[in-house]
Design a protein around this ligand. Structure first.
Ligand SMILES: [Ca+2]
Length: 769
């Protein structure tokens, strides 16, 4: 079902086989067919590909990461895909999207410096922040500043940056070429060879991009990338795998030698490979090189060490709970390994993918992994994916359209434009759809939404793009993990075991989930004798995981937030507490220490513990979720802003369900600096505004004005004093003078369009009557 999500993300000429297409009874149709042409274009047809998330941007860093991870899952668990009847579906979709990636290689050449590759199509400011509606009805070919502006950003030798994105294209094209070589309805060896050739050209091109990561010249970056050597290692590992697939020796292949050289700088640096996500792919390079057994025995040992380190970081002891303030990752009360609030599920799903890959008995270099270790990895991965599928305290499935039982809940209001619109194109769709009551009219089947916070708190709120958006990278590792677990499930059943007996090691499953192995596994391992070794419990990691490196900013937002999210990673920060009394005084505590939400106020990151406790007792008295206090204020760096968060923002905003904005907006230094008064102003605004985004928009659009404070206050006042809406309030109040702002608001209220009114109020003549 996971590929159904990708079929709903299709751009360009949506094929009739897409299960989300109008032709198949869905709601999607041809969209953005003019990408690549028009203002900001490059005079080439660049239609196609997948939209990134709940918006209509095409972003090629997360796209390449997603395609290559999906291809890894399909190749690695090919047997499970075939058994489930999903092989052809996977290959068809990945072939479709890889064909788009090949189109983005707009100038292919064997001369490295002559290549060009498209980094991104679409513009965060004009597309994503101002448009809510169907992609099919979004204007096209518009000039900068209009909703139809679709710039194409190119990576060139002259610019010298973008090795990260180009390397992910290499990984995608090389991995999909391997899928196309295999038997199936969409097998195509000619195309496989063409993709591999493109991948090699692009890899040579990427080597020339010595200045590093790419960022859009305009400044608004949805995925601020921090590293490219990891992407190069992943790309090189795929070229090695392709070489081995064609018959080369993994020990002597020159492509594998190159791959090992890109991997080596990571050896001994777990901090930069232990998490796998769109910004960090070195860990996956180690996994893939281990599968292939690339290089010498010494090299192989480094992959195994790396994987062990990754597993130590993620398969933490049960005592490492978020509630106790443990370092990240920590377990939520329901058992999700939580690393970051933005798309918490995808981080755990990626770790599950690594665990499952590293638990196989058939991997080239993995045979020495002890049986008990393999079982523990498999069972840990299952616990994580099971959580996402509904095994959690809320009985909440995080997959749209999937409920394990009728008493479970599934997300019905994902933050996703096209599915939030009425299925009939005749019904207008705009920002109002964001707040429509009831489920999205179209069901975005198979999409894994962001996920809960560290206390398992989640609400199915379309506005909450932190917990309830979808993205192509969210589903990527998860899809491979599902296939692996399906394979394991079959092997466990076949062996006469259950997950319980398998995980407790009282029932042995030989090579559970293995790809058909050249050496025939014992054909009928039914009642296998119990493992000779006593089931050793998973070795507790002797030392706490190394401190996480600066967390790659999570899925950046999307929506209306115009700026990359300040990383809210609530690391138990050593920032000096201004409070003179380090000992929390129980005298002013107003909640019970046996109350877990109250106890959470004793976490070291809580700088104003008494106000936190007051917050808890206030919410308890109102019958609201008291966990919101620490949850919605975590990650706020200064005591002054925390006090506002605990003291007024969350207590007031919780009932309205917008307490998350106390953190994301009113506690963000990017928005309010470190000024408690501005934080307070923001907190008041989100209470009055129909949409918290309107408040952050007011802050953003007025920030560069000479009278920013006045304009900001005027904008926020507009939100409650007028009915012209947050977008218009922002556009009017970014005008230069108070007179112009007021005239603009009156103009919009009189029925004219925002654009006309901003022109008129700026002192220019109306361009349209
Ligand atoms: Ca990277």
């Amino acid at each position: 079902m996971s590929f159904r999500f990708y079929e709903a993300q299709m751009s360009g000429n949506v094929p009739s086989w897409s299960r989300a297409s109008l032709a198949a009874g869905g709601w999607r149709n041809r969209s953005h067919a003019l990408d690549g042409t028009g203002p900001g274009g490059v005079n080439l047809d660049l239609s196609g590909g997948w939209y990134d998330a709940g918006d209509h941007l095409k972003l090629h860093l997360p796209l390449g990461v997603s395609v290559s991870l999906l291809a890894y899952g399909a190749l690695t668990w090919e047997a499970a895909y075939r058994t489930a009847g999903q092989w052809d579906t996977a290959v068809r979709n990945l072939n479709w999207v890889a064909s788009y990636i090949a189109k983005c290689h707009t100038q292919a050449s064997d001369t490295p410096a002559s290549n060009k590759f498209v980094a991104q199509i679409g513009d965060v400011a004009t597309d994503h922040n101002t448009w809510w509606g169907r992609p099919e009805q979004q204007p096209e070919n518009g000039a900068q500043g209009s909703a139809g502006y679709r710039p194409v950003w190119l990576i060139t030798y002259a610019n010298g940056k973008g090795a990260d994105i180009v390397a992910e294209a290499v990984a995608s094209l090389a991995s999909v070429s391997l899928l196309l070589k295999r038997a199936g309805a969409y097998s195509n060896t000619t195309k496989a060879a063409a993709f591999l050739n493109r991948a090699k050209q692009l890899f040579e091109f990427a080597k020339t991009l010595n200045s590093g990561v790419w960022a859009p010249p305009e400044g608004l970056n949805a995925y601020p990338s921090s590293s490219w050597n990891d992407d190069m290692a992943w790309a090189a590992a795929w070229l090695c795998r392709a070489d081995v697939d064609a018959g080369a020796s993994a020990a002597t292949s020159s492509a594998c030698g190159v791959a090992v050289s890109y991997w080596k700088p990571f050896v001994g640096n777990p901090g930069v490979y232990q998490d796998v996500n769109w910004d960090r792919m070195a860990g996956m390079a180690a996994v893939l090189l281990r599968d292939v057994a690339a290089g010498t025995a010494t090299d192989v040992a480094t992959y195994n060490t790396a994987i062990s380190n990754m597993m130590k970081r993620w398969m933490i002891p049960a005592t490492q709970t978020c509630i106790s303030g443990s370092a990240l990752p920590c377990y939520t009360p329901g058992g999700l390994a939580y690393r970051d609030g933005w798309g918490s599920n995808r981080h755990a799903a990626n770790a599950a993918l690594v665990a499952l890959a590293a638990a196989r008995g058939d991997a080239g270099a993995g045979l020495e992994v002890a049986y008990s270790t393999r079982v523990n990895r498999n069972c840990w991965a299952r616990s994580q994916i099971d959580y996402m599928l509904g095994s959690n305290p809320q009985s909440q499935s995080y997959v749209v359209g999937y409920k394990p039982t009728s008493s479970h809940k599934a997300p019905e209001k994902p933050h996703h434009r096209s599915s939030s619109c009425d299925a009939s194109y005749a019904t207008p769709c705009n920002w109002a759809a964001l707040d429509n009551a009831g489920p999205n009219p179209s069901v975005l089947r198979g999409a894994l939404v962001g996920g809960p916070d560290r206390y398992d708190v989640y609400a199915d709120n379309r506005r909450d793009y932190v917990k309830n958006e979808v993205a192509v990278d969210f589903n990527a590792g998860y899809t491979g993990a599902l296939a692996a677990l399906a394979g394991l499930d079959a092997a466990i059943t076949k062996a006469g075991c259950t997950w319980t007996t398998y995980c407790s090691m009282s029932c042995t499953v030989v090579d559970a989930g293995a790809v058909p192995s050249p050496s025939p596994p014992s054909p009928a391992p039914s009642p296998v004798p119990p493992s000779p070794k006593p089931p050793s419990p998973v070795p507790p990691s002797p030392k706490p995981p190394a401190p996480s490196p600066p967390s790659p900013s999570p899925k950046p937002s999307p929506t209306p937030s115009t700026s990359p999210k300040p990383s809210p990673s609530p690391s138990p920060s050593p920032s000096p507490s201004p409070s003179p009394s380090p000992s929390p005084s129980p005298v002013t505590s107003t909640c019970s220490s046996s109350d877990w939400a109250c106890a959470a106020c004793s976490n070291s990151w809580v700088l104003d513990q008494n106000t936190c406790r007051t917050c808890v007792s206030t919410l308890r008295a109102k019958g609201l979720d008291a966990g919101k206090c620490t949850n919605s204020c975590s990650g706020i760096a200064t005591a002054g802003l925390q006090t506002v968060c605990f003291g007024t923002c969350v207590p007031n905003a919780a009932a309205k369900g917008v307490d998350w904005a106390c953190n994301q907006y009113c506690g963000a230094t990017l928005m309010v600096g470190t000024d408690p008064a501005r934080s307070q102003q923001c907190g008041t605004c989100i209470l009055g505004a129909s949409n918290p985004w309107d408040c952050t928009n007011c802050i953003t659009v007025t920030s560069s004005l000479s009278d920013a404070a006045t304009a900001r206050a005027s904008c926020m006042s507009c939100l409650t004093a007028t009915t012209i809406g947050g977008y218009a309030c922002g556009e009017c109040n970014k005008l230069a003078t108070a007179t112009a702002r007021s005239a603009c608001q009156t103009c919009v209220a009189g029925g004219k369009g925002v654009w006309d009114c901003t022109q008129a109020s700026a002192g220019r003549r109306l361009l349209r009557a």
